[in-house]
Design a protein around this ligand. Structure first.
Ligand SMILES: [Fe+2]
Length: 356
């Protein structure tokens, strides 16, 4: 497939400068402790995705500005909105990356920080428990308003800090966020109503401390071999076996001859979670691969997607590539596709193999 370089997964390889690529969900939204899939996916697609789309639009507008002729109020407005949107994108990415279980397992609800980060929290707050009490107290104090509770590393202060933020753009200069807890109402209202404190406690029971610890190591310059932690579980390991939502969209909208064959794979148990699909895709059961694989054209690229881009599409892409097909898995699945504003059509299960 003649497309741009694939999505960078590591949090330090944020994005190529010209275009921001959406980051996939690393958590499994259907299996979290007391945080519903409906709320998490809505937040990811509409608020994170919305900030990303808004940032792209603002940057496109800024690129056309005549800086000597544009009124000050317009420059001020655009640069303010750019800062807010970019900060929202980054904080949402840290928020979602900080949640979830390990591999195919849901969060245990009892995980603790890894040793290096635990020692740093003890050093800077007295104990992990004292840090947690301060962090959750700060988050709960934002209830009724909005903002972020952020754990950040400051080189200048030489320590970890719990940083209050009343909006997306409220940050300590030079500090690197390690963990961000979204206290905007959209983050909790669907599940918790006005009970923001209950939401804070539930988020703390869903933290993925392995990834938070990796962010800390990266912030203090000790990170190494962290990329695997930021790759969706089950996604193909090789970059050339993955395609970003933005790349796929460009390919579909581009030259007709280079458009990929679209395969929508879904486990039988997950069919009830689906309402739509990409136009032109055919839907199949991954377990019936031997029944549908021979219908695939040899000479065309194949893009495979599932709900979030975990092992359903990843396993199938690995099998297709072993058999010589030019197959790639959509990073973040149809959820990432929604978040970039990709269009869909109602679900068509007419090609789906029924269980024997
Ligand atoms: Fe949010």
């Amino acid at each position: 497939m003649d497309v741009e370089k694939s999505i960078p997964i590591s949090p330090v390889q944020f994005a190529p400068p010209e275009t921001l690529r959406i980051r996939p969900l690393l958590l499994k939204p259907q299996w979290m402790n007391g945080l519903s899939e409906r709320m998490l996916v809505s937040h990811y697609e509409n608020n994170y995705g919305g900030a990303l789309r808004r940032l792209d639009a603002i940057r496109s507008r800024i690129a056309t500005l005549d800086w000597t002729q544009t009124p000050a109020f317009e420059i001020n407005g655009l640069k303010r909105e750019e800062l807010i949107a970019a900060s929202s994108v980054i904080l949402h990415e840290i928020y979602f990356d900080s949640l979830g279980g390990h591999g195919d397992n849901p969060p245990s609800g009892t995980e603790e920080p890894p040793a290096g980060l635990a020692q740093a929290l003890e050093r800077d707050f007295g104990s992990v428990k004292a840090w947690r009490t301060e962090f959750t107290g700060m988050a709960k104090a934002l209830a009724g308003g909005s903002g972020w509770a952020v754990l950040a590393w400051s080189d200048r202060l030489g320590r970890l800090i719990n940083q209050w933020a009343a909006d997306h753009a409220h940050n300590l200069p030079g500090a690197t966020p390690i963990l961000a807890l979204d206290m905007y109402e959209h983050a909790y209202h669907l599940d918790f109503g006005a009970k923001a404190a209950a939401y804070v406690d539930q988020v703390m029971a869903n933290l993925n401390w392995e990834r938070i610890g990796a962010r800390y190591r990266l912030a203090i310059g000790e990170g190494a071999d962290e990329d695997r932690l930021f790759l969706p579980y089950g996604a193909p390991a090789q970059e050339e076996a993955r395609i970003s939502a933005e790349e796929l969209k460009a390919t579909i909208e581009g030259d007709k001859a280079s458009r990929p064959v679209l395969l929508d794979l879904c486990l039988p148990r997950d069919l009830s979670r689906r309402i739509d699909m990409l136009a032109g895709a055919s839907m199949h059961a991954p377990s019936a691969l031997e029944r549908w694989i021979d219908e695939l054209p040899r000479g065309r690229p194949i893009a495979v997607y599932c709900i979030c881009g975990f092992q359903v599409s990843g396993t199938a892409v690995n099998k297709l590539r072993e058999r010589g097909y030019d197959a790639r898995a959509l990073v973040g699945g149809i959820t990432a596709w929604h978040a970039i504003g990709g269009t869909t059509v109602p679900l068509d299960t007419s090609t789906y193999e029924q269980a024997p």
